[in-house]
Design a protein around this ligand. Structure first.
Ligand code: NDP
Ligand code: 2IT
Length: 445
């Protein structure tokens, strides 16, 4: 590693020794960026890297609400406004009990580079809470969202910071968050994306991350003379990203044979019935184990990591961070998997990435492969500014073009820096250069 990148990473490790996920993301990024600092010594002189890894602003707040039994509940809310170099802070909100400073910072750091790769004018942010939406009534979800927004509203705005969904935050939560924001701020601008179609949302935003993942993977496969046609695919998770990755991969001729949730996975050799998954997960909000009760021939196994033992050509991890480790990667390699593309953020451990790449498994990194969601959020912002709606086909076409451009930029940057075919290095460098150039232009701020 370049001495400058190494010294900044060493400082981070010293100062944030307990922030495991943040250090993991920073290590992956700084290892790639090392190559940039060799070429651009002026960045070191301007302290670009020290500034890049330090959030512009980190907001932590108490969220107090009352559950259905009348008991007072307290959660922690977070918003990291990491970088506004390229535009308003932009990034999702995650509601999950595992949320803490480390998780929010890793997601925010990744988001800066992801948003840069989209080519659209959006800075990087992330937020959320350790609130667990599982088992909560609709009323409890609404009260929590209102309590969360009662603080967040003062920090966000259409030209300042535009949150969206992530794990545990979907259409229902965005509705409650936006409804309350609108009421207390007296502002109907596009301050959240992923909004309902009736009140400012964009067609194809719901599908965008999953579809975009498949468009990116299609390009990566095509560069190696391959396609989705006739391929067997594993999709982990069964949330928003997983469902629409399945839908598009199937449309392109693949067969998705397994999906999962945090408790286990289902294997259906005839191909996972997507309508049934949508019914169970989107409509009924039930566990994926329900699937086998309604689909004889399918099997359910407890424990989500077992999904990687199923033979496949292409693996699309779409659940959560570090869900694909060395053991899982070894199974994929042994079973002849040719490509892994990340729908989730940082689903593959550093060791697993190294193992996959050393066995020539094509690897599509999250910040490039799953950028279709935030890109379409930026398209939602554009439509709101113009006071018009585009058709599904128009948004989908723009998304496809954006994903093709991202793939091309990653491939070109990887080649330029001597690592042809390494899309992880390509994504980090291509994303970073624009941010660094903006920081240079702004002077020392
Ligand atoms: P959802 O909440 O819709 O779905 C999450 C899925 O992941 C569920 O199947 C959930 O299972 C599973 N999951 C969550 N936590 C864990 C865990 N600790 N272990 C195993 N499985 C888990 O979220 P999304 O589909 O929106 O997000 C999935 C991933 O994609 C996340 O990494 C997110 O950051 C990323 N992403 C999302 C984008 C978006 O537009 N929504 C954009 C880009 C990336 P269970 O129901 O059992 O909890
Ligand atoms: O990780 C992500 O890119 C998202 N959760 C989507 C963010 C957004 O602003 O649409």
């Amino acid at each position: 590693m370049n001495a400058y990148a190494e010294s900044v990473l060493a400082q981070l490790k010293k100062r944030h020794s307990t922030q495991k996920e943040f250090l993991q993301a920073a290590t992956e990024i700084l290892e790639s960026l090392s190559l940039v600092f060799d070429k651009h010594p002026e960045y070191e002189k301007a302290g670009i890297l020290e500034r890049f890894v330090e959030p512009e602003r980190m907001i932590t707040f108490r969220v107090t609400w009352i559950d259905d039994s009348g008991k007072v509940q307290v959660n922690t809310g977070y918003r990291v406004q990491y970088s506004s170099c390229l535009g308003p802070y932009k990034g999702g909100l995650r509601f999950h009990p595992s949320v803490n400073t480390s998780i929010i910072k890793f997601l925010g750091l990744e988001q800066i580079l992801k948003n840069s790769l989209t080519g659209l004018p959006i800075g990087g942010a992330k937020g959320g809470s350790n609130f667990d939406p599982k088992g909560k009534s609709d009323n409890e979800i609404m009260r929590f969202c209102q309590a969360f927004m009662a603080e967040l509203y003062r920090h966000i705005g259409a030209d300042l910071d535009v949150p969206a969904g992530d794990i545990g935050v979907g259409a229902r939560e965005i509705g409650y968050l936006y409804g309350f924001y609108k009421k207390i701020k007296n502002d109907t601008s596009c301050t959240l994306t992923g909004r309902g179609l009736a009140y400012g949302g964009s067609l194809a935003r719901k599908e965008a991350t999953g579809y975009g993942l498949v468009y990116f993977t299609r390009e990566m496969l095509a560069a190696a003379g391959q396609s989705f046609e006739g391929k067997t695919v594993l999709v982990s998770g069964s949330g928003n990203v997983a469902i629409y990755a399945h839908e598009k991969a199937t449309q392109l001729g693949a067969k998705v044979v397994a999906m999962s949730d945090s408790l286990g996975y289902v294997y259906d050799p005839d191909g996972i019935d997507l309508d049934l998954i949508k019914q169970i997960k989107e409509a009924e909000r039930k566990r994926i184990s329900e699937y086998v009760k309604r689909r004889p021939g399918a099997v359910y196994k407890a424990g989500c990591s077992g999904i990687w033992t199923i033979p496949c050509d292409i693996a699309l991890p779409c659940a959560t961070q570090n869900e694909l480790d060395e053991e899982g990667a070894q199974h994929l390699i042994s079973n002849g998997c040719i490509a892994v593309a990340e729908g989730a953020n940082m689903p593959t451990t550093l060791e697993a990435i190294e193992l996959l790449q050393s066995h020539d498994v094509m690897f599509g990194p999250a910040k490039a492969a799953n950028a279709g969601g935030v890109a379409t959020s930026a398209l939602e912002m554009a439509q709101s500014s113009q006071r018009i709606y585009w058709t599904f086909e128009e948004v989908d076409q723009r998304l496809d073009t954006i994903m093709c451009n991202i793939f091309r930029n990653c491939a070109e940057a990887a080649k330029e820096y001597g690592h042809e075919g390494n899309y992880l290095i390509g994504a980090n460098i291509a994303g970073f250069i624009k941010v660094a150039e903006s920081m240079m232009a702004f002077g020392i701020v």
